[in-house]
Design a binder for this molecule. Structure first.
Ligand code: PLP
Length: 449
């Protein structure tokens, strides 16, 4: 299909997620047609390095025949059956075992969903049921973080702390509140990173005391905030938060939708930070985005209570444990493991990206260059002041659009530029990514300064 024909159909009938419909209608869409490895191709013949792995999900890279074949074989055998009403099937049983094998030792169960948002809806219902079964139904409050992202369903957006999402679409789910995020560059530069990390944990404790420690059920957070701007917390943050949660007997929900499956150089971000979460929502890299699947990894404390109590848990989705999605996810995990990809991110690619990415810190437009594993961010600043550009200039979006024409997908969150490439990226491709990012920064500076 020709570019213009595809754009016309799209403009006429397609409402895109997280999009200004009117502006898109006027500008038209780029049409992506095919992909291989770390590259996507558009209908105009451009090859673009996908520095975002789709939406943080194509961990294994594009074009893996093994995943195509796993899907085809499962579709021929049993394309769909549900897991309600005392039924199961081999791919979902095997996937459950594999996930629990990779997860921290105290995690031995998984509840499947179709997406990360559904996983977080499940979290909210499980947390409240858990405390009800413990005879503490007053433990209802869930504390999230400002600028955290946990999905786009009503519960997902309520658990998340994105103000523009809260402002649209009516009241959030009651019983959810948000505390400050450990975003040192954005909010803590008047203190050392370590002092700021501790201050954020202290703010959590203060909120718990305001709500009443007996009323707080859980704290939900991404090990590293992804959609909020690839925000890596100061080293002091997680140990201090863990201590606060233990002091008041509050469950920890570590949202692993982005950090899971190797992004930070460990199977789960929780393992990187030494967390022992009670619940871990997962999705995205679970199938490398080839098919939609998510879930909640459930620690023994919660799982044992839910199981031993008996009585039906009135919750589930038509596609919970979808056999074809499960077969693809299982093959994806097997390939990540067999090819040693998580270890390569930890020992080779992560440190190499850190070294190369840090070089961008010398660019006049960059106030901070940070990375962890294969996730990175650049904070754009006005070279004249070292502070943010005037918002009206939309420096981040400008840089993002320039990147695309330069041949690199880099996402903008305000004036923070983000990368999260496929985990199969090579050192040479990291060099290319850094070169293209610098080229885009130069062009952005040329237009703004
Ligand atoms: N949780 C986190 C941390 C995410 O980054 C996302 C999506 O970006 C979600 C949940 C929601 O996942 P989904 O888009 O699959 O519903």
């Amino acid at each position: 299909m020709q570019t213009q024909a595809c754009q016309a159909l799209d403009r006429a009938h397609h409402l895109h997620p997280f999009t200004d419909f009117k502006a898109l209608g006027e500008e038209g869409c780029r049409v992506i047609t095919h992909a291989e490895g770390v590259y996507i191709h558009d209908s105009e013949g451009h090859r673009i390095l996908d520095g975002m792995a789709g939406l943080w999900c194509v961990n294994l890279g594009y074009g893996r025949r093994e995943l195509v074949e796993a899907a085809a074989a499962q579709m021929a055998e049993l394309p769909y059956y549900n897991t309600f009403f005392k039924t199961t099937h081999p791919p979902v049983a095997r996937l459950a075992e594999k996930l629990c094998d990779l997860a921290p030792d105290h995690v031995n169960h998984v509840f499947f969903t179709g997406s990360g948002s559904e996983a977080n809806d499940t979290v909210l219902r499980m947390v409240r049921r858990y405390w009800a079964l413990q005879g503490k139904p007053e433990k209802q409050w869930v504390i999230g973080r400002e600028n955290g992202y946990h999905g786009s369903t009503v519960a997902g957006m309520s658990l998340g702390g994105m103000a523009p999402m809260h402002d649209q679409g009516g009241p959030c789910v009651p019983g959810i509140t948000h505390v400050r995020q450990p975003y040192w560059f954005g909010e803590g530069r008047d203190q050392s990173p370590e002092a700021f990390g501790r201050a954020c944990a202290a703010a959590l404790e203060e909120r718990i005391l305001e709500l009443g420690e007996d009323n707080v059920a859980a704290f939900i957070a991404e090990p590293v905030q992804g959609a909020g701007g690839a925000i890596m917390p100061p080293a002091s943050y997680w140990p201090a938060v863990k201590a606060v949660l233990a002091k008041y007997d509050i469950l920890l929900v570590a949202d692993e939708v982005i950090c899971g499956f190797g992004r930070l150089g460990a199977w789960f971000g929780s393992q990187h930070f030494g967390l022992e979460p009670d619940l871990m929502p997962i999705a995205k890299g679970l199938s490398s985005g080839y098919l939609p699947i998510g879930g909640v990894l459930v620690g023994d404390r919660v799982a044992d209570t839910l199981i031993e109590a008996g009585g039906e848990f009135f919750h589930g989705f038509t596609y919970s444990g979808h056999p074809t999605c499960a077969a693809v996810a299982l093959k994806n995990l097997e390939l990540l493991e067999a090819e040693g990809i998580v270890e390569r991110v930890r020992d080779d690619l992560g440190p190499y990206l850190a070294e190369r990415w840090a070089e961008l810190g010398d660019h006049p437009l960059v106030g901070e260059a940070r990375s962890l594993g294969l996730m990175g961010a650049l904070e754009l600043v006005d070279p004249a002041t070292g502070e943010r550009f005037d918002k009206a200039l939309s420096a981040g979006n400008l840089c993002r659009d320039i990147c695309f024409t330069t041949g690199l997908v880099m996402r903008s969150v305000g004036d923070t530029m983000i990368i999260s490439p496929p985990l199969v990226i090579t050192r040479d491709e990291i060099d290319e990514l850094v070169r293209l990012a610098r080229q885009a920064l130069d062009e952005t500076a040329h237009r703004l300064v």
